[in-house]
Write a protein that binds this ligand. Structure first.
Ligand SMILES: CC(C)(COP(=O)(O)OP(=O)(O)OC[C@H]1O[C@@H](n2cnc3c(N)ncnc32)[C@H](O)[C@@H]1OP(=O)(O)O)[C@@H](O)C(=O)NCCC(=O)NCCS
Length: 84
């Protein structure tokens, strides 16, 4: 419902084992993803419900474009424009 109308990549949830978080693995995953979408000159889109994840995705160029409450949980919708 919040997905961009134009062609885009939809980033599903990513996860790193709790014992391995904070070691740069998530950032590496995001760098690989961003490299692929930039090569296609496409927008990317994702949905997340945690503020700390919003900050994580913002590091890679995603921006919150809208929010909605679903069963008392705030969902954030984020878009990233292609970068050179
Ligand atoms: C979010 C997540 C994928 C990040 O992976 P990671 O390997 O821990 O990330 P990195 O080691 O590359 O750290 C990148 C940044 O995220 C921050 N970070 C660390 N743990 C984090 C966490 N649990 N949630 C959000 N951000 C986190 C780090 O502080 C770091 O910030 P810095 O660059 O300012 O130092 C990982 O924490 C995770 O799997 N979380 C649980 C699942 C989840 O919520 N996935 C997102 C669904 S939308």
């Amino acid at each position: 419902m919040h997905d961009p109308v134009e062609q885009h990549w939809h980033l599903g949830p990513i996860g790193v084992l709790p014992t391995h978080q904070g070691k740069g693995i998530g950032s590496r995953l995001m760098e690989c993803f961003c490299k692929e979408v930039d090569a296609c000159r496409s927008k990317a889109y994702l949905e997340t419900d945690l503020e700390k994840n919003v900050r994580f995705y913002e590091k890679f160029g995603f921006k919150v474009v809208s929010e909605s409450e679903i069963f008392g949980v705030t969902n954030r919708y984020m878009i990233r424009d292609p970068q050179q």
